[in-house]
Design a protein around this ligand. Sequence first.
Ligand code: AMP
Ligand code: MG
Length: 334
Amino acid sequence: MYCNFMSRSGTSSVLAAVLLLAAATAGADSGWYRQDAAIMGTAIHVEVYHEDAALAQRAIAVVLDEMHHIDRVMSPFRPDSELSRVNREATLGPVPVSPELARLIERALQVSELTAGAFDITFASIGYLYDYRDGKRPDAQTVQQALPAIDFRHVHVDQAAATVAFASRGVRIDLGGIAKGYAVEQSALLLRGMGIRHAMISAGGDTRVIGDRHGRPWLVGIRHPRDEHGILTRLPVQDEAVSTSGDYERFFDEDGVRYHHIIDPATGDSARSALSVTILGPDTTMTDALSTSLFVLGPERGIALIDRLPEYEAVMVDARGGLHYSSGLAPHQP
Ligand code: AMP
Ligand code: MG
Protein backbone atom coordinates (compact mmCIF):
# COMPACT_ATOMS: atom_id res chain seq x y z
CA MET A 1 0.00 0.00 0.00
CA TYR A 2 2.96 2.28 0.18
CA CYS A 3 5.92 3.17 -1.90
CA ASN A 4 8.28 6.08 -1.76
CA PHE A 5 8.63 7.44 -5.25
CA MET A 6 11.06 10.13 -4.18
CA SER A 7 13.78 7.57 -3.69
CA ARG A 8 12.86 5.77 -6.89
CA SER A 9 12.89 8.86 -9.03
CA GLY A 10 16.12 9.97 -7.42
CA THR A 11 14.88 13.47 -6.86
CA SER A 12 14.35 15.14 -3.55
CA SER A 13 12.58 18.04 -5.11
CA VAL A 14 9.19 18.84 -3.81
CA LEU A 15 6.20 17.13 -5.27
CA ALA A 16 2.81 18.56 -6.01
CA ALA A 17 0.01 16.36 -7.10
CA VAL A 18 -2.47 18.21 -9.20
CA LEU A 19 -4.83 16.25 -11.19
CA LEU A 20 -4.32 16.14 -14.88
CA LEU A 21 -6.78 14.69 -17.29
CA ALA A 22 -4.66 13.05 -19.90
CA ALA A 23 -7.51 12.36 -22.26
CA ALA A 24 -6.74 9.69 -24.81
CA THR A 25 -7.08 11.60 -28.04
CA ALA A 26 -6.67 8.77 -30.52
CA GLY A 27 -9.50 8.41 -32.96
CA ALA A 28 -11.95 10.82 -34.47
CA ASP A 29 -12.88 13.89 -32.52
CA SER A 30 -16.08 14.81 -34.28
CA GLY A 31 -19.08 15.32 -32.05
CA TRP A 32 -16.93 16.61 -29.19
CA TYR A 33 -17.27 20.24 -28.09
CA ARG A 34 -15.06 21.98 -25.54
CA GLN A 35 -14.94 25.22 -23.64
CA ASP A 36 -12.72 26.83 -21.02
CA ALA A 37 -13.81 29.58 -18.65
CA ALA A 38 -12.79 31.25 -15.38
CA ILE A 39 -15.62 31.12 -12.84
CA MET A 40 -15.70 30.72 -9.02
CA GLY A 41 -12.11 31.94 -8.97
CA THR A 42 -10.95 28.84 -10.81
CA ALA A 43 -10.37 27.31 -14.24
CA ILE A 44 -13.43 25.61 -15.68
CA HIS A 45 -13.17 23.06 -18.47
CA VAL A 46 -16.16 21.40 -20.13
CA GLU A 47 -16.11 18.73 -22.85
CA VAL A 48 -19.34 17.36 -24.21
CA TYR A 49 -20.13 14.80 -26.87
CA HIS A 50 -23.33 14.86 -28.90
CA GLU A 51 -24.14 14.34 -32.54
CA ASP A 52 -26.36 17.41 -32.45
CA ALA A 53 -23.90 20.33 -32.37
CA ALA A 54 -26.52 22.84 -31.23
CA LEU A 55 -27.51 20.63 -28.30
CA ALA A 56 -23.86 20.09 -27.29
CA GLN A 57 -23.22 23.84 -27.33
CA ARG A 58 -26.40 24.53 -25.36
CA ALA A 59 -25.27 21.94 -22.82
CA ILE A 60 -21.96 23.74 -22.34
CA ALA A 61 -23.80 27.05 -21.85
CA VAL A 62 -26.06 25.43 -19.23
CA VAL A 63 -23.00 24.24 -17.29
CA LEU A 64 -21.38 27.69 -17.32
CA ASP A 65 -24.68 29.30 -16.21
CA GLU A 66 -24.90 26.85 -13.31
CA MET A 67 -21.36 27.72 -12.21
CA HIS A 68 -22.16 31.46 -12.35
CA HIS A 69 -25.29 30.82 -10.28
CA ILE A 70 -23.38 28.94 -7.58
CA ASP A 71 -20.71 31.63 -7.52
CA ARG A 72 -23.36 34.34 -7.00
CA VAL A 73 -24.84 32.43 -4.05
CA MET A 74 -21.70 31.07 -2.37
CA SER A 75 -18.74 33.31 -3.16
CA PRO A 76 -17.02 34.74 -0.07
CA PHE A 77 -15.58 37.48 -2.29
CA ARG A 78 -18.93 38.93 -3.38
CA PRO A 79 -20.43 41.16 -0.69
CA ASP A 80 -23.88 40.48 -2.17
CA SER A 81 -23.66 36.66 -2.06
CA GLU A 82 -25.91 34.77 0.35
CA LEU A 83 -22.79 33.42 2.02
CA SER A 84 -21.44 36.92 2.71
CA ARG A 85 -24.79 37.93 4.19
CA VAL A 86 -24.71 34.87 6.47
CA ASN A 87 -21.21 35.80 7.62
CA ARG A 88 -22.32 39.36 8.43
CA GLU A 89 -25.60 38.54 10.16
CA ALA A 90 -25.75 34.96 11.47
CA THR A 91 -24.25 35.75 14.89
CA LEU A 92 -27.27 38.02 15.46
CA GLY A 93 -29.87 35.33 14.71
CA PRO A 94 -31.25 33.05 11.99
CA VAL A 95 -30.58 34.42 8.48
CA PRO A 96 -32.97 33.38 5.68
CA VAL A 97 -31.13 31.66 2.82
CA SER A 98 -32.09 29.70 -0.29
CA PRO A 99 -32.98 26.03 0.35
CA GLU A 100 -29.99 25.18 -1.88
CA LEU A 101 -27.48 26.96 0.37
CA ALA A 102 -29.11 25.52 3.51
CA ARG A 103 -28.78 22.02 2.04
CA LEU A 104 -25.12 22.41 1.06
CA ILE A 105 -24.19 23.80 4.50
CA GLU A 106 -26.01 20.85 6.07
CA ARG A 107 -24.03 18.44 3.90
CA ALA A 108 -20.80 20.18 4.92
CA LEU A 109 -21.78 19.68 8.57
CA GLN A 110 -22.40 15.99 7.89
CA VAL A 111 -18.88 15.68 6.44
CA SER A 112 -17.58 17.34 9.62
CA GLU A 113 -19.25 14.59 11.66
CA LEU A 114 -17.88 11.91 9.32
CA THR A 115 -14.31 13.26 9.52
CA ALA A 116 -14.24 14.07 13.25
CA GLY A 117 -14.03 17.76 12.44
CA ALA A 118 -11.15 17.61 9.94
CA PHE A 119 -13.54 19.13 7.41
CA ASP A 120 -14.98 22.26 8.98
CA ILE A 121 -16.39 25.23 7.08
CA THR A 122 -15.82 27.43 10.17
CA PHE A 123 -12.07 27.16 9.40
CA ALA A 124 -12.82 30.54 7.81
CA SER A 125 -13.02 32.15 11.27
CA ILE A 126 -9.21 32.16 11.01
CA GLY A 127 -8.82 31.38 7.30
CA TYR A 128 -9.87 34.89 6.32
CA LEU A 129 -6.78 36.28 8.09
CA TYR A 130 -4.44 34.61 5.56
CA ASP A 131 -3.55 36.30 2.30
CA TYR A 132 -1.57 33.81 0.23
CA ARG A 133 -0.91 36.24 -2.59
CA ASP A 134 0.58 38.87 -0.28
CA GLY A 135 2.27 36.34 2.02
CA LYS A 136 0.24 37.47 5.06
CA ARG A 137 -0.73 35.29 8.01
CA PRO A 138 -2.10 35.84 11.52
CA ASP A 139 0.40 35.75 14.42
CA ALA A 140 0.24 32.96 17.00
CA GLN A 141 -1.65 35.05 19.55
CA THR A 142 -4.34 36.05 17.06
CA VAL A 143 -4.75 32.40 16.06
CA GLN A 144 -5.13 31.31 19.70
CA GLN A 145 -7.74 33.98 20.37
CA ALA A 146 -9.79 33.11 17.28
CA LEU A 147 -9.44 29.31 17.54
CA PRO A 148 -12.59 28.69 19.66
CA ALA A 149 -14.67 30.11 16.81
CA ILE A 150 -13.60 27.17 14.62
CA ASP A 151 -16.18 24.52 15.46
CA PHE A 152 -18.83 23.28 13.06
CA ARG A 153 -21.19 22.82 16.02
CA HIS A 154 -21.56 26.61 16.13
CA VAL A 155 -23.46 26.46 12.83
CA HIS A 156 -27.20 25.81 13.10
CA VAL A 157 -29.16 25.10 9.94
CA ASP A 158 -32.96 24.95 9.97
CA GLN A 159 -33.85 23.16 6.73
CA ALA A 160 -37.61 23.65 7.08
CA ALA A 161 -37.30 27.39 7.61
CA ALA A 162 -34.19 27.65 5.36
CA THR A 163 -32.19 29.69 7.86
CA VAL A 164 -28.61 29.64 9.15
CA ALA A 165 -27.49 30.92 12.55
CA PHE A 166 -24.13 30.99 14.35
CA ALA A 167 -24.14 30.12 18.05
CA SER A 168 -20.97 32.03 18.83
CA ARG A 169 -19.27 35.31 18.03
CA GLY A 170 -16.39 35.48 15.58
CA VAL A 171 -17.66 32.57 13.48
CA ARG A 172 -17.32 32.70 9.69
CA ILE A 173 -17.93 30.02 7.13
CA ASP A 174 -16.48 29.35 3.67
CA LEU A 175 -17.57 26.61 1.28
CA GLY A 176 -14.31 26.62 -0.72
CA GLY A 177 -13.66 22.96 0.18
CA ILE A 178 -16.98 21.67 -1.19
CA ALA A 179 -18.69 24.21 -3.49
CA LYS A 180 -16.68 23.50 -6.65
CA GLY A 181 -17.41 19.79 -6.39
CA TYR A 182 -21.06 20.61 -5.79
CA ALA A 183 -21.09 22.85 -8.88
CA VAL A 184 -19.56 20.08 -10.98
CA GLU A 185 -22.04 17.51 -9.64
CA GLN A 186 -25.03 19.79 -10.32
CA SER A 187 -23.70 20.45 -13.81
CA ALA A 188 -23.41 16.71 -14.47
CA LEU A 189 -27.04 16.25 -13.40
CA LEU A 190 -28.12 18.97 -15.82
CA LEU A 191 -26.13 17.39 -18.68
CA ARG A 192 -27.67 13.99 -18.08
CA GLY A 193 -31.10 15.63 -18.06
CA MET A 194 -30.32 17.01 -21.52
CA GLY A 195 -29.47 13.57 -22.84
CA ILE A 196 -25.68 13.92 -22.76
CA ARG A 197 -24.03 10.52 -22.31
CA HIS A 198 -20.34 11.43 -22.71
CA ALA A 199 -18.81 14.48 -21.05
CA MET A 200 -16.20 15.82 -18.71
CA ILE A 201 -16.63 18.81 -16.41
CA SER A 202 -13.87 20.19 -14.28
CA ALA A 203 -13.57 23.14 -11.92
CA GLY A 204 -10.03 23.52 -10.58
CA GLY A 205 -9.19 20.20 -8.93
CA ASP A 206 -12.71 18.78 -9.10
CA THR A 207 -13.72 16.71 -12.11
CA ARG A 208 -16.56 14.49 -13.17
CA VAL A 209 -16.61 12.27 -16.21
CA ILE A 210 -19.87 11.01 -17.73
CA GLY A 211 -19.58 7.82 -19.72
CA ASP A 212 -16.39 7.08 -21.62
CA ARG A 213 -14.42 8.75 -24.37
CA HIS A 214 -14.21 7.19 -27.83
CA GLY A 215 -15.28 3.86 -26.33
CA ARG A 216 -12.41 3.86 -23.86
CA PRO A 217 -12.17 5.00 -20.23
CA TRP A 218 -10.95 8.48 -19.51
CA LEU A 219 -7.41 8.44 -18.17
CA VAL A 220 -6.85 10.45 -15.04
CA GLY A 221 -3.21 11.25 -14.43
CA ILE A 222 -2.23 12.13 -10.89
CA ARG A 223 0.45 14.74 -11.04
CA HIS A 224 3.63 14.92 -9.04
CA PRO A 225 2.95 17.52 -6.33
CA ARG A 226 6.21 19.38 -6.94
CA ASP A 227 6.73 18.77 -10.66
CA GLU A 228 4.05 19.99 -13.02
CA HIS A 229 5.14 17.56 -15.71
CA GLY A 230 5.72 14.45 -13.60
CA ILE A 231 2.89 11.91 -13.49
CA LEU A 232 2.74 9.66 -10.44
CA THR A 233 0.16 7.25 -11.75
CA ARG A 234 -2.70 6.99 -14.23
CA LEU A 235 -6.13 5.70 -13.39
CA PRO A 236 -8.77 4.67 -15.95
CA VAL A 237 -12.19 6.06 -15.00
CA GLN A 238 -15.69 6.05 -16.37
CA ASP A 239 -18.77 7.69 -14.78
CA GLU A 240 -16.65 8.82 -11.88
CA ALA A 241 -15.87 11.91 -9.83
CA VAL A 242 -12.24 12.77 -9.08
CA SER A 243 -11.02 15.55 -6.77
CA THR A 244 -7.51 16.60 -5.87
CA SER A 245 -6.40 18.86 -3.02
CA GLY A 246 -2.81 20.08 -2.93
CA ASP A 247 -0.66 22.44 -0.91
CA TYR A 248 0.67 24.04 -4.11
CA GLU A 249 -2.56 25.67 -5.20
CA ARG A 250 -2.56 28.75 -2.99
CA PHE A 251 0.45 29.19 -0.75
CA PHE A 252 3.54 31.12 0.26
CA ASP A 253 6.75 29.83 1.80
CA GLU A 254 8.32 31.54 4.81
CA ASP A 255 11.56 30.33 6.44
CA GLY A 256 11.15 26.95 4.78
CA VAL A 257 7.57 26.53 6.03
CA ARG A 258 4.68 26.38 3.60
CA TYR A 259 1.54 28.32 4.46
CA HIS A 260 -1.30 27.21 2.22
CA HIS A 261 -5.06 27.25 1.85
CA ILE A 262 -6.01 24.03 3.66
CA ILE A 263 -6.36 24.77 7.36
CA ASP A 264 -6.27 22.22 10.17
CA PRO A 265 -9.30 23.20 12.29
CA ALA A 266 -7.49 21.93 15.40
CA THR A 267 -4.65 24.44 15.09
CA GLY A 268 -5.77 27.24 12.74
CA ASP A 269 -2.50 26.64 10.87
CA SER A 270 -2.02 25.01 7.45
CA ALA A 271 -2.26 21.21 7.48
CA ARG A 272 1.17 19.67 6.84
CA SER A 273 0.89 15.89 6.89
CA ALA A 274 0.23 15.64 3.14
CA LEU A 275 1.27 17.30 -0.11
CA SER A 276 -1.68 16.13 -2.15
CA VAL A 277 -4.74 13.93 -1.97
CA THR A 278 -6.88 12.56 -4.80
CA ILE A 279 -10.29 11.01 -4.12
CA LEU A 280 -12.36 8.97 -6.58
CA GLY A 281 -16.02 8.13 -6.13
CA PRO A 282 -19.58 8.51 -7.34
CA ASP A 283 -20.35 12.06 -6.16
CA THR A 284 -18.20 15.14 -6.83
CA THR A 285 -19.60 17.01 -3.81
CA MET A 286 -18.23 14.23 -1.63
CA THR A 287 -14.93 13.69 -3.48
CA ASP A 288 -14.29 17.44 -3.10
CA ALA A 289 -15.06 17.53 0.62
CA LEU A 290 -13.18 14.27 1.23
CA SER A 291 -10.01 15.40 -0.57
CA THR A 292 -9.82 18.45 1.69
CA SER A 293 -10.64 16.25 4.71
CA LEU A 294 -7.94 13.67 3.99
CA PHE A 295 -5.40 16.42 3.51
CA VAL A 296 -6.08 17.42 7.13
CA LEU A 297 -6.34 13.86 8.49
CA GLY A 298 -3.03 12.71 6.99
CA PRO A 299 -2.20 9.23 5.67
CA GLU A 300 -3.10 6.93 8.56
CA ARG A 301 -6.41 8.38 9.68
CA GLY A 302 -7.29 9.46 6.15
CA ILE A 303 -6.82 6.12 4.40
CA ALA A 304 -8.56 4.36 7.31
CA LEU A 305 -11.58 6.64 6.79
CA ILE A 306 -11.73 5.97 3.03
CA ASP A 307 -11.45 2.24 3.61
CA ARG A 308 -14.68 2.50 5.61
CA LEU A 309 -16.48 4.12 2.62
CA PRO A 310 -16.88 1.35 0.03
CA GLU A 311 -17.63 3.70 -2.90
CA TYR A 312 -14.62 5.98 -2.39
CA GLU A 313 -10.91 5.51 -3.08
CA ALA A 314 -7.89 7.68 -2.33
CA VAL A 315 -4.31 8.30 -3.41
CA MET A 316 -2.29 10.43 -1.01
CA VAL A 317 1.21 11.85 -1.19
CA ASP A 318 2.41 12.28 2.37
CA ALA A 319 4.69 15.04 3.66
CA ARG A 320 7.83 13.03 2.76
CA GLY A 321 6.64 12.14 -0.72
CA GLY A 322 5.45 8.64 0.12
CA LEU A 323 2.44 7.33 -1.78
CA HIS A 324 -0.55 5.83 -0.01
CA TYR A 325 -3.46 4.06 -1.70
CA SER A 326 -6.83 2.99 -0.31
CA SER A 327 -7.40 -0.74 -0.47
CA GLY A 328 -9.61 -0.63 -3.60
CA LEU A 329 -6.81 0.99 -5.62
CA ALA A 330 -4.10 -1.45 -4.65
CA PRO A 331 -4.13 -3.12 -8.11
CA HIS A 332 -3.35 0.24 -9.75
CA GLN A 333 -0.12 0.79 -7.84
CA PRO A 334 2.71 1.60 -10.26
P1 AMP B 1 -9.76 21.93 -1.95
O1 AMP B 1 -8.87 22.47 -3.00
O2 AMP B 1 -11.01 21.31 -2.41
O3 AMP B 1 -9.05 21.10 -0.95
O4 AMP B 1 -10.31 23.18 -1.15
C1 AMP B 1 -9.46 24.03 -0.45
C2 AMP B 1 -10.36 25.09 0.12
O5 AMP B 1 -11.13 24.52 1.16
C3 AMP B 1 -9.62 26.22 0.75
O6 AMP B 1 -9.27 27.20 -0.21
C4 AMP B 1 -10.65 26.72 1.72
O7 AMP B 1 -11.60 27.54 1.06
C5 AMP B 1 -11.36 25.46 2.17
N1 AMP B 1 -10.82 24.86 3.41
C6 AMP B 1 -9.57 24.99 3.94
N2 AMP B 1 -9.43 24.24 5.05
C7 AMP B 1 -10.63 23.63 5.24
C8 AMP B 1 -11.12 22.71 6.22
N3 AMP B 1 -10.35 22.27 7.22
N4 AMP B 1 -12.40 22.29 6.09
C9 AMP B 1 -13.19 22.72 5.09
N5 AMP B 1 -12.79 23.57 4.13
C10 AMP B 1 -11.52 24.02 4.20
MG1 MG C 1 -12.07 19.85 -1.57
